[in-house]
Design a protein around this ligand. Structure first.
Ligand code: FUL
Length: 500
């Protein structure tokens, strides 16, 4: 009997361990508990750092460097260092303060673009700010100043470092010299400047027919396979040893390019797979990031450029952040090393627009919120609809395991003017919802379908305009709102429902 008890205990422990949520790169520390009657995860699930990354939602891209001074988008690597001559000492604090006004939670600074010019005094090459054309340039250390400013402003930050290096004699020379002598040491220097980085951006562009300096070879070069050439598993390991919460974007395989640079994600957007819509059956968590230009010329600053309007940028926001992607919106500092006045103005307007339209949650003033099904509570957790409006990201509404379809209905005392519905899944347990419907009613018995007649994925965050279009800001009058989850990969687990 004693043996049987021991056997059962060991079997239960083994079972609980194997049922912990796991991701592709390391064991996840969060566990769920059957004592709490939590639903089992629907795999794949995000790693801890991927979850933190997702919460950054909306952040800036800052393309600044040699190209700013040569009126170029891609240099060739042979540019004289003296051409880098800012009219003032570049001021990353101004960049971050400005984008914070638009509600952005952080930013990524380009510290080396394809031309190989390094915006910090690196030990790996003399092609850097050390040999800049004036004191302002020589006093520049972007990774150091950017990280310090972000910490002061309580923002997240990261660095873009181009693996492709048109200046280096070693790049694409058929040996591992570039990776061992230049690229990996640079990444380690940068990880040290920013051990609390949330993302490092490794661009996918390589060689092709774009001629490069390559240490004086002045030729074209290519590499066969970026992941092998850059020794990505080793790079990931080395960076994570120093910067454990840093998601390695692109070749690093921890977050994916959304598939266009036009600022939109698919309405259906799974956090697995590739491209604008992802893949419902993808086996690896790799959520989408949308990189978009906020200005009308290039990624780098060019004379005569102007920013898009706050309205255009708001539409981009809805079609990315509102569709389960993060948005990295590019604002290029000019030759003074600051963001131009027109960008500062539009960022303030954008912040106001986001706050005016998505700032007051009417779900909190609903007099009645009810679900057609609710999972039974466990010893320290419940799954009630009230969890949807409590501002807590770790409480959620869920149904029993076999209930893949359910409705949530909200009622207000007075008729309301409603514009958007925002839903967030509890993605620690995987992305689940395949299809849902939104309806409104004036009297509680006649219902009108809003948005598309049926709407697909939710994921980390989904914002649905009730007008049916991201460019149409018009209200729907309603006293009741009903959300029906029609189908899901496992019982739905939603942590937030907001109505604006
Ligand atoms: C691309 C690069 O080639 C562009 O210059 C820019 O940096 C953009 C964000 O990514 O692949």
């Amino acid at each position: 009997m004693k043996h049987l008890q021991t056997y059962l205990l060991v079997a239960c422990l083994a079972c609980a361990t194997s049922l912990k949520a796991q991701s592709q790169f390391e064991p996840v520390t969060e566990t769920y508990s059957y004592a709490d009657n939590e639903p089992a995860p629907v795999h794949p699930v995000p790693s801890h750092r991927q979850l933190l990354w997702q919460e950054t939602e909306f952040y800036a891209f800052f393309h600044f460097g040699m190209n700013t001074f040569t009126n170029s988008e891609w240099g060739n690597g042979g540019e004289a260092e003296s051409k880098f001559a800012p009219t003032k000492v570049p001021n990353p604090r101004q960049w971050l303060e400005t984008v914070k006004a638009a509600g952005m939670k952080g930013g990524i600074a380009v510290v080396k673009h394809h031309d190989g010019f390094c915006l910090w005094p690196t030990a790996t090459t003399t092609h850097s700010v050390v040999n800049a054309g004036n004191d302002n340039g020589r006093n520049t250390n972007i990774p150091e100043a950017f990280a310090a400013a972000a910490r002061e402003l309580d923002m997240k930050y990261g660095f873009y470092v181009s693996p492709w290096d048109l200046n280096s004699q070693y790049w694409g020379d058929g040996t591992s010299n570039y990776v061992n002598k230049v690229f990996l040491p640079q990444c380690i220097e940068l990880a040290k400047y920013g051990s609390d980085q949330f993302e490092m951006w490794f661009d996918g562009a390589t060689g092709g027919d774009h001629a490069g300096y390559y240490g004086g070879a002045n030729t074209t070069r290519t590499i066969a396979n970026a992941a092998t050439y850059y020794d990505i598993p080793n790079l990931r390991q080395k960076v994570h040893e120093i910067a454990p919460n840093c998601v390695i974007w692109g070749v690093g395989d921890e977050a994916r390019w959304i598939g266009n640079e036009a600022g939109w994600a698919g309405e259906t957007n799974w956090a697995m797979g590739s491209g604008e819509s992802g893949n419902i059956n993808g086996w690896k968590w790799k959520a989408g990031e949308s990189d978009a230009k906020a200005t009308n010329m290039g990624w780098f600053w060019h004379s005569g450029e102007s920013p898009k309007s706050a309205n255009e940028l708001f539409k981009i926001y809805l079609e990315t952040v509102g569709r389960n992607a993060t948005l990295i919106l590019n604002f290029p500092p000019d030759k003074s090393g600051e963001l131009p006045a027109a960008d500062v103005t539009v960022l303030k307007q954008l912040g106001k627009l986001i706050n005016d339209r998505l700032g007051t949650d009417k779900a909190k003033t609903a007099t009645h919120v009810e679900a057609s099904a609710t999972r039974s509570a466990g010893s320290t957790r419940n799954y009630e609809v009230a969890n949807l409006t409590d501002d807590e990201k770790d409480t959620y509404w869920a149904t029993d395991d076999n209930t893949l379809s359910a409705t949530i209905t909200l009622e207000w005392e007075e008729q309301q003017s409603l514009y958007y519905v925002m839903l967030m899944e509890y993605i620690k347990l995987g992305q689940r919802v395949k299809n849902f419907t939104i309806e409104t009613s004036i009297d509680g018995s006649t219902w009108t379908k809003r948005a598309a007649s049926s709407t697909t994925t939710i994921g980390y965050k989904r914002i649905v305009p009730l007008s049916g279009s991201t460019s149409n800001y018009s209200a729907v009058k309603a006293k009741y709102l009903r959300i029906t989850v029609n189908d899901a990969k496992g019982c739905p687990t939603l942590h937030t429902l907001s109505v604006f």
